[in-house]
Design a protein around this ligand. Structure first.
Ligand code: IMP
Length: 218
């Protein structure tokens, strides 16, 4: 089955393609001049994008996939959130670091608390007249400097929380079984990022739903 991904972001396409391919879905990028909605949650953004794209779905048996994500910084009352892409284009990673420069502790646990942040993603799928939305979260913290050139967007300033044996985020202060050892998403491989990623979690849920729908329509 062909799945059309509405996005202009090549980094997102790369990450989503890898996951969709594992489940025998052919992911194609859909490039459409859509209006970026000004709403308060990434879920609403994803829903608006979906509405705009449905009329352009090329084949009746194809599926449509949309995704919206953002960086939410606790000390900034969840800013930049839905404004993440605008903030990345304007003040960038350095701007976020400057906004947090007064928040620093020599104690690593206190530092993680002060600089706590999370990535959130919402995935939406449309197939044969039905649509569903799924979310994924990745907790972590903002680093003190930019590190690494891998990934995209805010990856060079985001250190994900360690994971426990089940792949869930370890409690603050606990050392996890899976850890980047303080490295940012910009410093690790895309395979390693997938274990922590908000996007991977939301995409996997969307794929499970789509697999069920595919079975149903056989
Ligand atoms: P959008 O979903 O394209 O609106 O993404 C919002 C902003 O968050 C974009 O500027 C992305 O670069 C950034 N962003 C989304 N997901 C990630 C990620 O996994 N790593 C780093 N930045 C991200």
């Amino acid at each position: 089955m062909k799945v059309w991904f509405l996005t202009g972001n090549e980094g997102k396409v790369r990450e989503a393609k890898k996951i969709f391919n594992q489940y025998n879905f052919q992911l194609e990028q859909m490039n459409l001049d859509y209006i970026e909605p000004q709403v308060d949650s990434i879920e609403e953004v994803a829903k608006e994008k979906m509405k705009q794209a449905i009329p352009y779905l090329p084949g009746g048996s194809d599926a449509l996939f949309v995704e919206d994500a953002g960086l939410f910084v606790d000390a900034l009352n969840d800013f930049p959130g839905v404004y993440s892409s605008y903030v990345l284009r304007t003040i960038g990673c350095q701007g976020i670091i400057r906004l947090l420069q007064h928040l620093r502790s020599e104690d690593p646990n206190a530092d993680s608390r002060l600089r706590k942040a999370r990535f959130e993603a919402v995935s939406g799928v449309y197939f044969q007249g039905k649509m569903e939305f799924f979310n994924g979260t990745c907790p972590g913290k903002i680093s003190h400097k930019e590190f690494g050139k891998n990934g995209f967007g805010f990856d060079p300033i985001f250190v994900p929380s360690d994971l426990d044996i089940d792949g869930n985020p370890a409690k603050s202060g606990d050392i996890g079984v899976i850890s980047t050892h303080g490295e940012t998403f910009g410093q690790i491989s895309s395979d390693a990022k997938e274990k922590y990623s908000h996007r991977a979690k939301a995409v996997n849920k969307a794929i499970s739903w789509l697999e069920n729908q595919r079975e149903h329509h056989k």
